[in-house]
Each structure stands twice: as structure tokens, then as C-alpha cells.
Design a protein. Sequence first.
Length: 381
Amino acid sequence: MSFDVIVIGLGGMGSAAAYQLARRGQRVLGLERYGPAHNRGSSHGGSRITRQAYFEDPAYVPLLLRATQMWESIEKESGRRIFYRTGGVMIGRPDSLTVSGSRRSAEEWDLPHEMLDAGEIRRRFPTMRPEPDEIALYEANAGLVVPEASVAAHLALAARSGAELHFEEPVLSWHAGDAGVRVTTADGVYTADRLVICPGAWAADVLADLGLPFRVERQVQFWFRPRGGTDAFLVDRHPIFVWEGGEGRQFYGFGVHHREQPGVKVAFFRGGATCTPETIDRTVRPEEVAAMAAFVGRHIPDLPGEFLRAATCMYTNTPDEHFVISVHPAHPQVVVACGFSGHGFKFVPVVGEILADLSIDGATRHPIALFDPARLTQLAV
């Protein structure tokens, strides 16, 4: 059977693309190497931060505003809770990227926000112990999304809209030619007019022809039960946060968004060991737990009371830490989305919309010039 579009990879981005394509009447085949709910890639862990005052670059803000609208609509369409508006604080010294970059985006796009000094941070969020010279940007519209719920919702909506979804069927190769595309898997060969590739941490292999310098980084997420319990950390009281300490290292964390989740999740932002999906070390060692607990304890003293568990995931990084979203430079019937560098999940619904635009129309109204892979070609030489 031939399809209009084949989507390779049904994690965060691929599941959203499959839904957006199917809802526009496209005959869609989705292919995923693992099952529909797996923890081998980058779309798991129970929570991902969403924010609009974006310290990475103000150019992302229009996409974030659209993503916020779309998270709410996906919830209504699917009947699943995905998005929690908790508020968020970006903490650090005034000249830190976390604070200055967030403030730049907020001011450039006239986003609602407040600037808090150390005393005000402690008063409003008493779990936190900033240094006297640290400040924060507070954004009421920040929050968290649940990655597993997002993937499940998009897959269910895609199937409801007519998409055919195949799991535990790894792709062996793909080919694009004048007649369309051909995808070979462990179970068969499929043809289509167009192809969307969302390979996650497998980008270096699946998109080897692009010659882009992707680097996959092992990251660890930790859950601790705070001393005194989780009441002070419930999401109706506790914001998400990104904190750039005096050491220049960022860590981030979340409040507890349901009582069945006994711990508070924290993690470092970047700095993990280079790996591949095949070589990643899934074992989290006691010294890693101790280092995280010691670091967090200097900033949130009650948090690392009892270690509960940890999980690994992968950041697929580009050298400039911006995404790759584009029509393939050599194959106009192929669209690629990868290199989300650890800060991409909050964009899932709008990336799905963009990929559908590019696949069907060859262009999108959304600003994606920043994500052109041509910018990285020279770096790969």
C-alpha cells in the first residue's frame, strides 16, 4: 500500500506531525522502532518545562506563543491532561544568561513578567535560598507538560484521524527519488509521495547524508522526596525553575503535579557525557546522586531529603544548540526535524504543525529561518 506521507519516529515531534498530517486528510503511515510508550529516547520523564520568556533566543517566542495555544487545544481534543500552568522563575545573577536572556525576550515581545530580588524570591517561594546578589524573572505563564501524555494524545488523535501507526518496526533505510520515497523496515517496504523524518537521538544515522555535526549527550533526571514532605512543592504552590548558580551551571526542577508522584524532579541542564543510543550508560551511580543532592541542597535545602529514583535520557545537540527543521536540501519531498538540544519538547505541537505545512505546502508561515541546516554545513567540514 502506498501513502501520502510516511513519518519516521513517533516520539514527541513525530507523533505531533502524524496527527497534524492526518487531520488534514493525508494518508499517513507512522513508523516507530520501539513501542508506543517507551523510555529509550527523549520523550519521557514525567515532565518538561514550558516557558515563553526564552533565554536561548527571542526568535523562539512566536513559536512558544503558538505552542501554548496548541497544548490547550490538544488537551481538549484528546481529553488528556498535558499542560500545567505553574508559573516559573529563572534565577541567577543579573548578568547570567538565564536571567538576562529571559529578560531580553520578555521585554522584546512584551511578555508579562516580574523581576524579583533575593528577598522577594525567598518570601514568595520559601523553599528557595538564593544568594543575596541573585535575582529572578518570574513568568506566570510558564509551567510543565507531561511528555508521555503528549505522545499518547497525539498518537490517539492521529489514529482517530486515519493514520496507520506501526510500532516495534525499526527503519533500515529510506530512499527519495522522482517517483516519491521508499522506506525499508525490518518488516517490509513502503512507498509514499513524501517523507517526514523525526529521528531524535538517531539523527546522525538516519540523516547521515546531511553530514551535520550532531552530538548526543547523556542526561540524568533525579527524583527526591523533600524533608517535610511534598506539600510545599505541589504545583499550585511551587513554580518550575531554571537556576544558574554561581558556578555557572544551570539546573532545573518541577513542583509535584499529582500526589501519586512522591518526589520532586531535578536535573542539570547540559554537561553530560557524549554517547550514542547504543552506547548510553543507563546505570545511574551513587556518586551521581550524591553530586546532584549536594548541588541542589545549596539552593533548595529541604529538597534532597531522600533519593527515590533516577532515569537517563538523551539530548541531541547541534553546535549552536538551535534546532534543525527544514525541507531536506537535496530532496524536496523529505522534511526533517531533529537536533532539539534538550530544550525542544515545549515546541512539540507547533513543530507538528510546521512539519505538516512543509510536507504539504513546501513552506510555513511560522518563523523557522533559525533552524535551517545550511548554517551548520560549514561546521561539519
